[in-house]
Design a protein around this ligand. Structure first.
Ligand code: NAI
Length: 290
């Protein structure tokens, strides 16, 4: 079976799921996108078509031929070779349920990739009926643009399954970094200090979010400052990652979540996707103030 002949089942049609589906469609795969929320499915199909149309006048036809949407995994047609990529909420039990449904529906030969940002791949796998099928496939946001994919080897991952996921990511033009399962893997672990120290500075009143972002961009040569990046990622998603790493390291104070960030999340200020985070956004996610 060629890589293109592999059926890709993306579970979760949010920020990451729709990016992953777009990349897979563009690479020639048949893609099933699964989400219980019909609004998310409709918005994802629209988004994918609009983004692919920027470069491909045939985008509409491509999407109608290669993308099918479904509310549950059991509503997708079975295929001989399926890779399931889950991008649902960052919740251990939900991810385990998705994989067990997938194993029942697609059979034991499917490979199960998790896009978790910070949960233990070994632990996700341990709650499934076949832990050997589970591999981490950690994309970065926005998926069609960001080149890096961390391919994470859980303690019980089958090396063949790990190779399948590495090969797939390479075929999609991604740079693959192989990592063993560890809290936050590489990038999210190192980045805890980038966000954490910036939040502490803001809470201490040392500088504004705008100043810190501008400095990190201009003098620090980062493509985005910490606050605009949290707004892009999702302030809620970022907080969940921090909490997971914090608890995995026995509540080491280095990783303690910021009170200000918790307040933003409690108020529903998740960043671009909700129209307000550290900065306000107009529709279409443009920042409305500097
Ligand atoms: P999101 O909140 O934008 O989307 C999550 C989607 O999952 C929603 O559409 C929701 O309806 C759906 N969902 C919830 N339960 C489901 C179920 N049982 N079956 C199918 N769909 C279900 O979240 P986002 O940002 O796309 O994150 C998804 C995963 O990717 C998380 O594990 C997150 O940690 C990870 N991630 C996020 C990144 C980011 O920058 N946002 C970067 C890398 C990884």
């Amino acid at each position: 079976m060629t890589e293109q002949g592999t059926h890709i089942c993306v579970v979760g049609a949010g920020t990451m799921g729709r990016g992953i589906a777009q990349v897979a469609i563009n690479a020639g795969h048949l893609v099933s996108l699964v989400d219980p929320n019909q609004h998310q499915l409709d918005a994802a199909a629209q988004d994918i078509t609009a983004r692919l149309s920027r470069r491909n006048p045939e985008a509409e036809r491509l999407v109608s031929e290669r993308l099918e949407t479904a509310r549950t995994i059991t509503d997708t047609p079975p295929h001989a070779s399926t890779v399931v990529i889950e991008a649902v909420v960052e919740d251990l039990a939900v991810k385990q349920r998705v994989f067990n449904d997938a194993l029942r529906h697609f059979g034991a030969s499917c490979v199960l990739a998790t896009n978790t940002s910070s949960l233990s791949v070994t632990e996700i796998a341990a709650g499934t009926t076949d832990p050997s099928r589970v591999v981490g496939m950690h994309f970065f946001n926005p998926v069609p643009v960001m080149k890096l994919v961390e391919v994470v080897h859980g303690l019980q991952s089958d090396p063949v399954a790990v190779r399948t996921i590495s090969d797939l990511a390479s075929a999609w033009g991604k740079h693959v970094a192989r990592v063993r399962s560890a809290p936050g893997f590489i990038v999210n672990r190192v980045a805890r200090s980038f966000y954490g120290e910036a939040l502490r500075l803001l809470e201490e009143g040392a500088a504004s979010a705008e100043t810190i972002d501008a400095l990190m961009r201009t003098a620090g040569q980062f493509r985005m400052g910490p606050f605009e990046l949290m707004d892009l990622i999702g302030v809620d998603v970022n907080l969940t990652v921090t909490r997971t790493v914090w608890s995995a390291y026995n509540y080491d104070s280095r990783f303690a979540p910021s009170l200000m960030q918790q307040e933003l999340v409690a108020a529903g200020r998740f960043g671009r996707k909700s129209g307000q985070g550290f900065y306000p956004y107009s529709e279409g996610a443009q920042r409305t103030t500097a």
